[in-house]
Design a protein around this ligand. Structure first.
Ligand code: SF4
Length: 385
């Protein structure tokens, strides 16, 4: 799995805590050169050398701002550095208002076969509050452009729980998105992330955000409705038509290794002592500022800002924390092979209260959250860490 981060945006939305930066003139060529250099560096490292790549996710920021020829050359470099599976899922994130149909066709020609469009809302007022640069019509046009360009695997991102948003408002957005018939929908509740402009505004003059009961109503309505329209809730916030899971994101939840390149990207690989005995894992995060990232790659070939090693137990706990997000949960055999300890023993006593209440189900196949337990996913997962 390979993640590529493109950190530039046309505007920094006030709620955003992604590594995104606004530049009057983004350093596209230098940034693309640095990505290529970082790919070459990692392809020579023992932990990734010769490994097959089955998914590529180009995220941001707003990757659809990147000039298409540079994106095409990025894909070509990935192909030359790694053994890219011919059936690999290759996703790009695009924001309405930042691309046109011509660019979408270029993405297809470059080999990109999945597009994730940041719609967020189809209500003009809500989009203004979110500080998104697009209108509802532009969001719909971006979807049509993706279809016209030949994308048959499209995700739409949407957000609920905005200040003052009623369930009725959310229902209207959700139903209009369903009418478009995308293969995948990601529906998240707005959260006030620390160190964002929204957090500062909220601290000064609190917004009317939904309380627990209202949040639950949004969450349950979303699951119920999407299920009724044939979307499988394969992860807490992600819904897909059969066969259209996001394979890349599923890989994170399945605790697979991934290489991350670009400013602020992270990567992770399993450590195997003497190539045999199971051990923990290693992970790293890159320098966040694009200019500093470029300079570091130019000098060293990589741009790691910090890295850490998790021991076997820490890695096992993290694998459970991530795996519980999946509807199918964690496979017992996989866990016991990977971490060399009984799953039932590992999760107790941390998860005992939820095993008793039935919110967590443990059987011979593995563990998973019950439909009721999904509502408590954050507390349950946090208890294992
Ligand atoms: S478009 Fe997305 S990545 Fe860019 S600032 Fe807004 S929320 Fe952040």
């Amino acid at each position: 799995m390979l993640y590529v981060h493109i950190p530039f945006c046309a505007h920094k939305c006030h709620y955003c805590d992604f590594n995104s930066h606004v530049r009057t003139e983004p350093l596209w060529q230098s940034y693309a050169d640095a990505l290529a250099q970082e790919l070459i560096h990692w392809s020579g490292q023992h932990n990734f050398k010769g490994r097959p790549v089955s998914s590529v996710f180009i995220g941001g920021g707003t990757p659809s701002l990147m000039p298409p020829p540079l994106l095409a050359s990025l894909i070509a470099t990935i192909q030359s550095c790694f053994s890219l599976d011919p059936q690999a899922e290759i996703t790009i994130e695009a924001n309405p208002g930042s691309s046109d149909q011509h660019h979408f066709s270029d993405y297809r020609n470059a080999g990109i076969n999945r597009i994730s469009i940041g719609v967020q809302s189809l209500d003009a007022e809500e989009l203004r509050w979110l500080e998104r640069i697009h209108s509802p019509d532009e969001a719909l046009a971006a979807f049509q452009a993706a279809r016209a360009a030949g994308f048959t695997n499209v995700n739409l991102d949407a957000m609920y729980g905005l200040p003052g948003q009623t369930l009725d408002h959310w229902q209207q957005t959700l139903h209009r998105l369903i009418q478009l018939n995308p293969e995948h929908l990601s529906c998240y509740q707005l959260t006030v992330e620390p160190h964002t402009r929204l957090a500062a505004q909220h601290a000064q003059s609190p917004y009317a955000l939904p309380q627990e009961e209202a949040s639950l109503a949004f969450f349950q309505y979303t699951r119920h409705t999407l299920r009724a329209f044939g979307y499988q809730p394969y992860e807490i916030s992600n819904f897909s038509r059969s066969g259209y899971h996001c394979r890349h994101n599923d890989g994170y939840w399945l605790y697979r290794d991934y290489l991350g390149i670009g400013a602020g990207a992270s990567g992770k690989w399993d450590e195997w002592e003497h190539d045999k005995a199971p051990a923990g894992c290693h992970r790293y995060t890159n320098i966040k500022t694009p200019e500093k990232y470029i300079r570091s790659v130019q000098k060293n070939g990589f741009a790691i800002r910090q890295s850490e090693t998790l021991d076997l137990n820490q890695a096992a706990a993290e694998a459970i924390w991530l795996g519980l997000r999946r509807k199918d949960g964690i496979d017992k055999q996989w866990f016991e092979d990977r971490f060399q300890q009984p799953l039932a023993q590992f999760i107790q006593p941390a998860l005992t209260p939820w095993l008793i209440s039935g919110d967590v189900r443990l059987n011979n196949a593995g563990i998973q959250l019950s439909e009721q337990g999904i509502v408590l996913a954050d507390s349950i997962s946090a208890a294992i860490l």
